[in-house]
Write a protein that binds this ligand. Structure first.
Ligand code: GLY
Length: 412
């Protein structure tokens, strides 16, 4: 590795949870690390529910991603213990498990198929009758037809996770520049840092692009570096469970309601998160009446008592989605540039393994085995292909229908 005299060893562009965990691990490896972000700890983690759902969000055709998801889920307890110690803050990590249920026979057939796929994949989940589901969670609707119990799918509070990562970074010596990098600088055929809006140049020997759904839009990226990441909108509600109703739910409950996905994530502090829409709407983060209506309608069908709870917040965020739903991790085709983006539905789950992988590759130049299927080069244009200016990621045009929680997910 080359280390700069007057700049940083590592510049991380983007201070969401992926950028922060990368910076924390980088600083722990002795690298002088800077994070550039107007609002470190913001981004999609401010909206996400924080399900750690390697088993219940299994999808056909994503076996490689499953391996990475499981590797990260397995690291979570030690990661949380280390982070809470380093930051002096809690993260809301809760080993409560998840129950996926079905409300009609079509949903049950779908869930049966998911169960079979989980079993073929060697995952731990148990089929329950409707009565057994209601015995576990008495607030469930009487119409629940069956469900899958996954005791290993836990949860964390992503806002507390982000806050703890900011403090851990500060304590590890990470420098924060509260501005967005306006342009990547390239010098001598390698990434050399970035320029802030006020013209300040941040020099660095290695640059990590961790800008979430905006990653592909960074000016200065050469056309040889493909960052095909697009925003996928998710609307999420937050409610409060008054003590008189507690325990309202004891674990994460999710369902297919006539083919649509909905999840309810109960925090230990009484917050209940209800999510989420999946919408191809470009950069739009409007909370819509239709989105809120669908979430409440489906959540009410699953847990009728939800209508008694105070509604405290509605927000929309953008998942950074890649063409194969898996992240882009490690060296890009431009020397000195690394990517840590494209985590789509799994950013919170993949935070520990992303930190470990990025810390290792930044310190040693070696991408750990677990991350090799996720190298950014899998999307790079083949040599000799026509180049057309800078890489701009995918268009993220708002082509598809407004709120479709059924067809965009490619679930089983
Ligand atoms: N992983 C949950 C979501 O993306 O909505």
């Amino acid at each position: 590795m080359r280390f700069s005299e007057d700049g940083s060893d590592v510049l991380v562009v983007g201070g969401g949870i992926i950028g922060l965990v990368t910076a924390w691990r980088s600083a722990q490896r002795g690298l002088r690390t800077t994070v550039a972000d107007p609002e470190p700890g913001g981004g999609a983690a401010g909206v996400a529910a924080g399900m750690l759902a390697a088993v219940t969000e299994l999808h056909y055709g994503e076996q490689a991603l499953l391996g990475l998801n499981l590797a990260s889920a397995g690291r979570y307890p030690a990661f949380v213990a280390e982070l809470e110690e380093a930051s002096g803050q809690g993260t809301g990590f809760r080993t409560c498990g998840t129950l996926s249920v079905a409300l009609d026979s079509d949903d049950r057939a779908h869930l049966r198929e998911l169960h079979a796929l989980q079993q073929r994949s060697g995952l731990d989940s148990q089929w329950l009758s409707g009565r057994e589901c209601r015995r576990l969670e008495p607030m469930l609707a009487p119409g629940v037809r069956g469900g899958l119990r996954a005791d290993g799918d836990h949860q964390i509070d992503p806002r507390r996770l982000a806050s703890a990562l900011v403090v851990a970074c500060e304590r590890a010596g990470v420098a924060f520049r509260r501005a967005w990098v306006e342009r990547l600088t390239v010098s001598g055929g390698r990434a050399a840092g970035g320029v802030l809006a006020d013209g300040t140049e941040l020099a660095a020997d290695q640059v990590v692009l961790a800008g979430g759904s905006r990653s592909g839009r960074l000016p200065g990226l050469p056309a040889s570096v493909a960052v095909p990441v697009r925003p996928v909108k998710g609307q999420v509600l937050r409610l409060r469970i008054p003590p008189v109703y507690a325990p309202f739910l004891s674990r994460t409950v999710r369902a297919l309601v006539r083919g649509s996905h909905v999840y309810l994530v109960p925090r230990a502090d009484g917050e209940l998160v209800v999510g989420a829409t999946t919408e191809e709407m470009g950069w739009d983060t409007t909370v819509t009446a239709g989105g809120v209506y669908e979430l409440l309608r489906d959540a009410h069908e699953l847990v009728p008592g939800i209508t008694e709870l105070p509604l405290t917040e509605s927000r929309a965020g953008l998942r950074p989605a890649s063409p194969d739903n898996a992240p882009l991790l490690g060296p890009a085709r431009l020397p000195g540039l690394h990517l840590a983006t494209g985590h789509h539905r799994n950013g919170v789950l993949l935070t520990p393994v992303t930190g470990d992988v990025m810390g290792e590759v930044l310190a040693t130049g070696e991408l750990p085995e677990v991350a090799r299927p996720f190298g950014p080069d899998r999307f790079a244009p083949s040599p000799g292909a026509p180049l057309s200016g800078t890489s701009g990621g995918t268009s993220a045009s708002g082509s598809a229908s407004a709120s479709d929680r059924t067809h965009q997910e490619q679930t089983v």
